[in-house]
Design a protein around this ligand. Structure first.
Ligand SMILES: *Cc1c(COP(=O)(O)O)cnc(C)c1O
Length: 380
């Protein structure tokens, strides 16, 4: 099955009892056993559920992996991966990661003895240099949030492989339409399905896909033990979203390129970070590993905090919101919104400057998105 066919069909046979073309929502907590010691494949929805199983099989197929495991959120998917490790273990992590991920690592998991070192993974040597005897995982986010930095997954996977350390990739921004980390040598791929995969701002969800049998068994064990599972209805809504994933992503890519070029040429914009632009520092890596660039970009306004606020308050079509990856265009100002709690000096050091704006370009007509940004930039 080719990729686009997988989006629509993978894991989804007509329901054997009724012929329903869409997988039924098995909204049940428990399953009756026909006799002692024998079930019909399911016993309790925390362990597994037929609707969730369809989504897990579909996502595994999209990522060219063997096993998918779904969770209640992207954060609980990351958490489940970290629960494969124990106190004293060390993780090398990309420095520009989703704010919730670094908060979980620094403020929750560090209390349980896991150790984290953050490096600029766009330079693979930085990852190699941070490896210690107790390093058990390399965790990448690419393209990253909010600076849209790109890491060479092939190069870092080789470093991990040579050292016997698994490499995990938060691939939420790219989606399997444009980037398939397992095909490039990574061991784990993770998604916040809240974003592009479901695609319509309708659910919170997460997923992990792996090839390794033992790792899959451990993740299933964590899933059923902790219980951070998505509901059958949310799994069903996600499946519905994925049926048009390839169509939506093509449009996100088209609109993303168009808006990135518009902003790059604008007098009030100092620079734009979008992997599809030749000016992006890792454009060559992105062009090699990705088949498209999606709709996530960030840009730097010349006027600092005041300019950022003026732009946020001036947009009318783009919506002021912290999420991303949906059909609606959404805009965020990290310095006053997502990263307001990070001390100013640390923000500057990480490149989260006062004039930085993150834009999730939706699938509206690009003319309308561009016109909205143009009118809002006039007031900046
Ligand atoms: C949103 C997001 C997460 C967290 O996912 P939730 O579904 O909000 O829990 C993790 N990583 C990235 C890159 C994200 O965009």
């Amino acid at each position: 099955m080719k990729f686009e066919t997988k989006c629509v069909r993978a894991g989804q046979a007509p329901d054997p009892t009724t012929g329903a073309i869409i997988p039924p929502i098995y909204q049940t907590a428990t399953f009756v056993l026909p006799e002692v010691g024998r079930d019909l494949g399911f016993d309790y929805t925390r362990s597994s559920n037929p609707t969730r199983q369809v989504l897990e099989d579909n996502l595994a197929a999209l990522e060219s992996g063997r096993h998918g495991v779904c969770f209640a959120s992207g954060m609980s998917a990351v958490d489940a991966v970290m629960k494969l490790f124990q106190a004293g273990d060390h993780v090398v992590c990309s420095d520009d990661v989703y704010g919730g991920v670094s908060r979980h690592f620094n403020q929750v998991l560090s209390k349980y003895g896991l150790q984290f070192t953050y490096v600029d993974s766009t330079e693979p040597q930085n990852v190699a240099d941070a490896i210690r005897p107790e390093t058990k995982l390399i965790w990448l986010e690419t393209p990253s949030n909010p600076l849209i930095k790109v890491t060479d997954i092939t190069a870092v996977s080789k470093i991990g492989n040579d050292a016997g350390i698994p490499v995990g990739v938060d691939s939420t921004f790219a989606t399997p339409v444009f980037l398939r980390p397992l095909e490039l040598g990574a061991d784990i791929v993770m998604h916040s399905t809240t974003k592009y995969l479901s695609g319509h701002n309708q659910i919170i969800g997460g997923a992990v896909v792996v090839n390794d049998e033992a790792m899959y068994e451990q993740l299933k064990f964590v899933q059923k033990t902790i219980g951070a599972v998505n509901s059958p209805f949310d799994a069903w809504l996600t499946l519905l979203g994925i049926k048009t994933l390839h169509l939506r992503m093509a449009r996100h890519h088209h609109n993303g390129m168009r808006i990135a070029r518009f902003l790059e040429a604008h007098a009030k914009v100092a620079r734009v970070s979008f992997p599809g632009l030749e000016s992006h520092p890792q454009h060559a890596i992105a062009a090699r590993e990705m088949s498209g660039y999606g709709g996530m970009l960030s840009f730097e306004l010349k006027g600092g905090i005041a300019a950022g606020k003026a732009l946020m308050n001036g947009v009318q079509l783009c919506q002021l919101a912290e999420s991303l990856g949906s059909v609606e265009s959404m805009i965020t100002h990290p310095a006053t919104m997502t990263h307001v709690d990070v001390p100013a000096a640390e923000r500057q050091a990480r490149g989260l400057t006062d004039g930085l704006v993150r834009l999730s370009v939706g699938v509206e007509d690009a003319d309308d998105i561009e016109a909205d940004l143009a009118q809002a930039l006039e007031g900046v």
